[in-house]
Write a protein that binds this ligand. Structure first.
Ligand SMILES: [Mg+2]
Length: 371
């Protein structure tokens, strides 16, 4: 099916509570939607989410939209969506970086390819191995008592038994105490993990990880800045608690270097970080070959973006640390007419055609910018 048109829209979705990260507090999450339309009117939709404008990465929502429209769209129009990998090759040859923009376009092209054949996207990636995926929740209210309440409610409802705490902002020692109080409150009923989002230096990391390891914390995500891969290697060999690389996996080449030097012993998959689903499958292959465990990361996408990630993750043999595809649960509203189903601590991978999500155009007009 040849691609006739491509549109991009920026959408701002309100969250159920402030979501505090090291670099930004989210009260309104920005997602970028791409729609490609085939010659017979069939549509494919793609999505990427960003955090805090320019505070998480160099690609802002406005730059993503503009770069897609000006530089990527002309490379995609007229191409056969079934050749999505070949299209990504062309785009990579003409556009440097811009991994978020590329990921949004590729996701839309892949959905059009799947819908043309009347199949789910996971079928284009070799078939589903898992029909559901474990889902972590991020406790990021910033208040210990509220986080403990949130964790206990979630355990009771059998929604999540893996909790991640964002501890990159503020005093490291106080943050470690906050995490250990939560671990004490939930005991062995849940896995408690932390994400530092690059906020520590190496000596701070050594002090804090020792305390977290002693307190039974299960995973330490990106304690050091993305550039400090040597420091990450030292931490990974010093501690028993696994160290996860996230922001330091900014391209396939970086993924290889991080694997080679063991600058982390778990990888967080994120399609937006590496230009899309086809590259994410390659990240999983590098990790598999290097004996590195996997985790399905999120940029906090809406139901569509969550389904996009879930389809790909469902084709990966082992996701030892589960996923954090909780995005839709953090928003007060949705841009799809059907919802992602969460039950028994898992996300049910929606079935197709495509990603299996129906876009609610009225909601896009309501939350979209400049429409
Ligand atoms: Mg992270």
């Amino acid at each position: 099916m040849n691609i006739r048109s491509l549109d991009v829209v920026i959408v701002d979705l309100p969250t159920i509570r402030p979501h505090k990260l090291a670099m930004h507090t989210i009260v309104m999450q920005t997602i970028i939607l791409v729609r490609v339309t085939g010659e017979d009117g069939l549509e494919g939709w793609g999505e990427v989410a960003t955090i805090g404008g320019a505070s998480y990465c160099a690609e802002t929502p406005e730059a993503i939209k503009m770069n897609i429209e000006k530089y990527i769209k002309p490379l995609v129009i007229g191409r056969n969506a079934a050749h999505f990998d070949a299209i990504s090759y062309t785009v990579n040859n003409h556009v440097v970086g811009n991994t978020f923009a590329k990921a949004a376009v590729e996701a839309a092209v892949i959905e059009l390819a799947a819908k043309t054949r009347g199949v789910s996207v996971h079928e284009l990636f070799g078939g589903q191995i898992h029909d559901s995926l474990p889902v972590a929740w991020t406790l990021a209210s910033g208040e210990t008592r509220r986080d403990i309440e949130e964790a206990k409610e979630s355990l009771h409802a059998k929604r999540h038994n893996i909790f991640k705490l964002k501890i990159g902002m503020g005093d490291p020692k106080r943050n470690v105490d906050h995490v250990l109080k939560i671990k004490e409150a939930v005991g062995d009923t849940a896995s408690i993990r932390v994400d530092v989002n690059q906020a520590w230096d190496e000596t701070t990391a050594m002090y804090c990880i020792e305390a977290l390891e002693d307190g039974g914390i299960d995973l330490i995500e990106q304690p050091l800045p993305a550039w400090n891969k040597e420091g990450m290697s030292r931490l990974a060999s010093r501690f028993k608690v696994p160290i996860m690389a996230d922001e330091s996996l900014g391209s396939l080449e970086e993924v290889y270097q991080v694997a080679k030097h063991r600058s982390g012993n778990v990888f967080s998959l994120k399609p937006a970080n590496v230009s899309g689903l086809t590259a994410t499958k390659k990240v999983a292959a590098i990790a598999e070959a290097a004996g590195i465990s996997l985790y399905g990361g999120t940029m906090i996408e809406s139901a569509l973006g969550t389904a996009i990630c879930a389809h790909l993750y469902s084709t990966i043999p082992e996701m030892k640390y589960g996923t954090e595809l909780f995005g839709p649960l953090l928003f007060t509203d949705t841009i799809t007419t059907n919802a992602i189903v969460y039950e028994e601590f898992q996300l049910k991978v929606p079935n197709g055609p495509g990603y299996g999500m129906e876009i609610d155009v009225e909601k896009i007009f309501h939350y979209g910018r400049d429409l």
